[in-house]
Ligand binder design. Sequence first.
Ligand SMILES: [Ca+2]
Length: 233
Amino acid sequence: MQDCTEGAQTDHYKDFTESSMFHIQPNNAPRTYKVVCNMDGWSPGWTYFLSRSFDRADVNFSRPWAEYKHGFGIFNDQGNFWSGLDMMYHVTNNRPHKMRVFLLFQEEGKLVYRKYIYNDFKVSSESYGYNFTFSSAGSPGVDNNPAIDGMSAFLGSRFSTYDVDNDNDNNGNCANIHQSGWWFTTCDGFNPTGQPQPPSVQYKTSDPTQLSWPHSLNYSPVQIRMFVIAENS
Ligand SMILES: [Ca+2]
């Protein structure tokens, strides 16, 4: 299958009842990629590229360029993982995809999901630093809980890791400061691949290694998931 969306529409995979590991090969790709697909439930056909949650076996996200390029972590429904920038480049350039960010916050003693959608989300090739574009964005809301656009602040930035500093901060290495990899601009911004916090840590702290995403009340996420699905699927 060229991506998880095609897999979810194929009889061969219809009996899968949860998110699990598959191999995909986009038509434009030289090889297969290991990914986690959502084949059932709320909306089948999503290809995950990031999953990190406080309640799972810890995976170190402070990794070099080569690992963010190829992917790392535990590739299943209960694992923390990053699927790799090469996969994202090939999947999103093979045919149009929309991207969804799914965040879980602890807000006043209650776990609240918030999501944001980016239409026609595309990651460029390694020679362009994997920078991304999208055509429009919006928050459809989950139980009327809108999220906040976190991606626009990173538009135009190249990806950075501790060994490849492509950020716009001349005084620091943002990936090293945040102990993660991302399309960093300045080092005092948000850290979407950072360490998720237990629900007891309700508010974002000054710790730069903490997982963070814009929120009007500065809540700290306990979980982040990012995935893409083919448009008009
Ligand atoms: Ca820098």
